[in-house]
Design a protein around this ligand. Structure first.
Ligand SMILES: Cc1cn([C@H]2C[C@H](O)[C@@H](COP(=O)(O)OP(=O)(O)OP(=O)(O)O)O2)c(=O)[nH]c1=O
Length: 191
């Protein structure tokens, strides 16, 4: 396989690729993310494409570029990163005691002789059921710092695992990258 460039600053995505033996160089996208869609699957696909094509357009060497974006969809709303403690608590209040969906969009592009010669976009959805949480549990978890940089204000791979009743679909998709689907697609691409 050609050198893979990961157009994402998310350490979790890099770790997931490394876990399956795909060693990527990181070149984070600097694109201003612009949402024109409304369905969560379309939103993550659109954002993953913007991140991927931004970085791919700057590559001079032959390579593959991967962009990804993750959001949580709950009761018709799309939840990104909370950014503040208050927003984190509001999001967790919305998720506790219910089932929601996590969507990750992925775009893969091939760069040849300084040009993008191919790009493919797809998304993956996982359902996550969260146990009922008390107000104290929500406040304590929000204060832990874990939620702030994560879509939906939680990290399934961290302390929040104790509130996850069940999931349906790819676990790694929740963490930020459906790594099996990525590998299966990359396998079919030119070496
Ligand atoms: C739901 C959930 C999300 N997340 C993370 C994955 C993503 O890093 C983050 C969603 O933010 P994204 O905007 O998808 O990605 P990012 O800002 O981390 O990186 P970049 O924009 O450079 O690609 O939430 C978890 O780590 N665990 C979880 O359980």
């Amino acid at each position: 396989m050609k050198q893979l460039i990961l157009a994402s600053a998310s350490p979790r995505r890099k770790e997931l690729l490394t876990q399956v033996g795909i060693f990527a160089d990181v070149v984070p996208s600097e694109v201003e993310e612009k949402i024109t869609k409304t369905l969560p699957a379309e939103v993550v696909e659109e954002l993953s494409r913007q991140k991927c094509l931004d970085v791919a357009g700057r590559m001079a060497e032959d390579c593959m570029v991967l962009g990804a974006d993750t959001v949580v969809a709950a009761e018709g709303r799309i939840l990104g990163k909370p950014g503040t403690l208050k927003r984190a608590e509001e999001m967790l209040q919305r998720l506790q005691g219910r089932t929601h969906q996590v969507y990750t969009g992925v775009t893969l592009a091939e760069v040849k002789a300084g040009r993008i010669v191919r790009a493919e976009t797809f998304s993956s959805c996982t359902s996550v059921t969260v146990c009922p949480m008390t107000d104290e549990e929500i406040a304590e978890y929000a204060r832990s710092g874990e939620p702030l940089d994560k879509a939906g204000a939680y990290g399934i791979q961290g302390v929040f695992a104790k509130f996850v009743e069940k999931i349906e679909g790819d676990y790694n998709n929740v963490v930020g990258l459906p790594v099996a689907a990525v590998y299966q697609r990359l396998r079919g691409w030119p070496s």
